[in-house]
Structure formats: C-alpha cells, structure tokens
Ligand binder design. Sequence first.
Ligand code: BT5
Length: 241
Amino acid sequence: MTPSEPAPRPISWPAGWRVVWVEETGSTNADLVAAGTAGGRDRSVLAADHQTAGRGRLDRRWEAPAGANLLVSLLLRDVPARPHEITQRVALAAADAARATTGADVSLKWPNDLMLGGLKLAGVLAQFGSSSAGPFVVVGIGVNVGWAPPGAARLGDGVSPGELLHAMLTAFDALPDDIAAVYRHRLGTIGQQVRVELPGDTSVVGRAIDVEPDGRLVVLDDCAISHRIDTGDVVHLRPVD
Ligand code: BT5
C-alpha cells in the first residue's frame, strides 16, 4: 500500500467518541483548539491523512507523508486537577495500542514521547483552552506507522492508522483512575543517565531519579544537586561505567 492509498478506516469507533477523519488539514490540534473555543464537545476526535502544518512542541514541525501515519487530536473537557495527567493518559493509551496491535515493545521517554528500539516512534502535543462551556485540553499525537524520518522508528505494515486509533481509544478508556504507577512503570527515563535540554540553550546532565506528582522530572546532577524540570527535551545517555 502506498501513502497515497490510505488503508480503509474502521467503520465504527469505541462508544462515546465522536471521530471525524479528514483527508487534509493544517493541524488537527489547531482545528480542535478552535472547535473547543467555540464550544466543541467532550471526546471529539479529529484525525487526518495529511497535515500541511503539523506542529510539534515549542513551535517545531511534525512531518508525515499523506496516508502513512496516525495524526490525531482528542478534545477532552474532563480536565483533571493535575492537567498533565491527561497528556500522560494519551501517551499510555497509544503505547498500549501499539503493543496490542503489533506486539512492539514501546516505552515512554519523559515527558510523553513513545520510543521503540531507542528511537522516537510518536510525539504528543497538549494545548489548553477555555470556552463558555468550560476549560478543555486538546491532546494531539503523531504515531509513525508506515513512515518515519531518518533516526526515528515506525510500527510497520502490521497495523493501519485507523486500526491503531481504534485500539488507542479503547485503551484510553481501559486505563485505571490513578495512572501514576502505570506511567512511572512505562517511563524508560527513570534510572537513566540523561541530558535535558532546557528552553534557552541550557542543559542539565545527571541521573533521572523520579517523576513528581505534578509531572516534573527530577534529575540529580554530579554535584548531587536535584533539578525539578518542567519543560525540556531528554536525551537518554549511555550509562557511564
Ligand atoms: C512532538 O513534538 O513530539 C509532538 C508531535 C505532535 C504531533 C501531532 S500530529 C497530530 C497533532 N496535530 C499537530 O499539529 N500536532 C499533533 P517535539 O517533541 O517538539 O518533536 C518535534 C521534533 O521531532 C521535530 O523538530 C523533528 O526533529 C522531529 N520529528 C518531526 N516529525 C517526526 C516524526 N514523524 N517522527 C519522529 N520525529 C519527528
């Protein structure tokens, strides 16, 4: 199957989700943030075969050729007291779905990248908003299924983007009320020697020792100073002998 011939999508979706799938848009996240601001309903889902302006975090780009990968955003109005939990839920659901459909041994890299064989398989972008219908969060995820850029991983031909989304929505609803332990268990970052690149061209090198209840990564540097990190890009370093 070529990227210009997307696989057929499931004809039904797990109960309670309103899934719209379009051929092309700028960014599914941008569209759902606009929909949320205009009062769009809880558990609205927008997927696209192709994004012309797919977004990563910190204004970066997310790339994928038409029809090859899962590009989807979820609009959720049940925003928990600790909002980052909802982003973790989407990452965990996608990891569970990838495992269930392909058997791939997917783990997480802080905060919410999906990793396969040490390479990035998927990225998550959360955006918060408010409307007259209350606060909301849009969580977008791009999962490499049929295509990956150099240095990244893909799931391969064993699953289609539509099948993966179906499994992901099912897995989301199957997560426990308290996901802290599940997230911690799946997070390959804990115990690793890491370099965390922080906004503003600085970085912290040390051992990732914990994740706090508010989602911050705790890194202990060589001077035994602990850093509680809110935003950054983690590089897993080889452990030093
Ligand atoms: C992310 O950003 O990982 C979040 C990506 C979220 C994409 C989804 S797709 C559906 C929804 N709609 C959107 O517009 N966005 C969301 P970040 O950690 O900043 O990673 C971005 C960086 O990853 C880029 O600067 C590239 O270096 C790299 N990258 C781009 N495309 C990639 C891909 N397909 N696979 C792996 N890495 C990629």
